[in-house]
Design a protein around this ligand. Structure first.
Ligand code: NAP
Length: 290
């Protein structure tokens, strides 16, 4: 198959590596010439250019730019495409993207791979990033069934765990498990930076181990991506942040009241609930260390 990718960064580059490995011809378009050259050198694409007309003959095109660039990219891209070309994006928020792109290109299927790392750009691209991970598609009533099926088949070959839901349900769900954690984790790091005694800060930095590494990971990721999550998913992110603040207030009240069994009860409930949010491959093998 001839596949196009716009935006040769972590996600676009990683998709290219796997699709090339499967024998597809991958054409890449990115903003900078250096990125195009690196993508070819890393074998993430067969050919690459800053000129979007390179994708004129692609059968399926993955839009992998930052969220804020998707609409302008599509407006330019569709001037060059055959009507049967399937467009899909990988953006972390779906409702605004699907609402804007569907009227421009009927054969569009919103998508979101639930995989990533803290790194960005073509050098961060890695093979098998999506294997075994959830990948959500968000078709709407007007999405052509053939376009959806072609895409589903292509994604199955990447060994992803396919899911399907409405753009609205997607945004509400990822606000809880992806966008809220970024803001909580960022707040954790910001709160630690409020310590006023430099000697204590230095000691905390030396003592920080796996617990801090795990809880601070997503707060130390791509700032542009975090900003786009907040900007594009504002209502759902606010709703989940308010839910989080409520839970934090409950914990503060229990600690103030020295309600130690109340605290333990919360922690028993959260320990029981956590595995239901984890992929089978992420289930803890050993009891967590503090
Ligand atoms: P990234 O590593 O920063 O890659 C984005 C790439 O897009 C950049 O390397 C840049 O390439 C290129 N680009 C920027 N503006 C462009 C434009 N106008 N036209 C063409 N190329 C452009 O970011 P990413 O993490 O791959 O994220 C890309 C998309 O994936 C976002 O929509 C994000 O919501 C989604 N996503 C991210 C994750 C994650 O964890 N990172 C997970 C799932 C989905 P140049 O080097 O050429 O400037």
């Amino acid at each position: 198959m001839k596949i196009g990718i716009v935006g040769l960064g972590l996600i676009g580059g990683s998709l290219g590596l796997d699709l090339q490995q499967l024998g597809h011809q991958v054409l890449g378009v990115s903003r900078r010439t250096e990125t195009c050259e690196r993508a070819i050198a890393r074998r993430a694409v067969t050919q690459a250019s800053c000129d979007i007309s390179l994708l004129a003959t692609a059968e399926v095109i993955f839009l992998c730019t930052p969220l804020g660039a998707i609409q302008a990219t599509v407006e330019e891209l569709i001037l060059h495409l055959q009507p049967e070309t399937i467009l899909t994006d990988v953006g972390s928020v779906k409702t605004p993207v699907v609402e804007k792109i569907t009227p421009l290109w009927p054969s569009f299927v919103g998508g979101h791979p639930m995989a990533g790392t803290a790194a960005t750009g073509i050098e961060a691209a890695q093979p098998q990033l999506f294997a075994g991970r959830p990948y959500v598609l968000t078709p709407v009533a007007t999405t052509p069934p053939e376009a959806l099926e072609t895409l589903r088949e292509l994604l199955r070959s990447l060994e992803v765990q396919l899911h399907q839901c409405s753009p609205q349900d997607h945004d509400r769900a990822v606000a809880w498990i992806s966008h809220l954690p970024v803001m909580v984790s960022a707040s954790l790091i910001a709160a630690c930076m409020r310590e006023t005694d430099p000697a204590v800060v230095e000691l905390a930095q030396k003592l920080a181990s796996s617990g801090f590494r795990d809880t601070s990971r997503v707060g130390g990721g791509n700032p542009e991506l975090g900003r786009m999550m907040a900007e594009f998913n504002q209502p759902q992110l606010l709703r989940s942040l308010q839910g989080y603040r409520h839970c934090l207030d409950q914990i503060i009240a229990k600690i103030e009241q020295q309600d130690w069994s109340g605290i333990e009860q919360i922690l028993v409930q959260t320990r029981q609930a956590r595995p239901q949010f984890l992929n089978p491959s992420d289930q803890p093998q050993d009891p967590p260390t503090p």
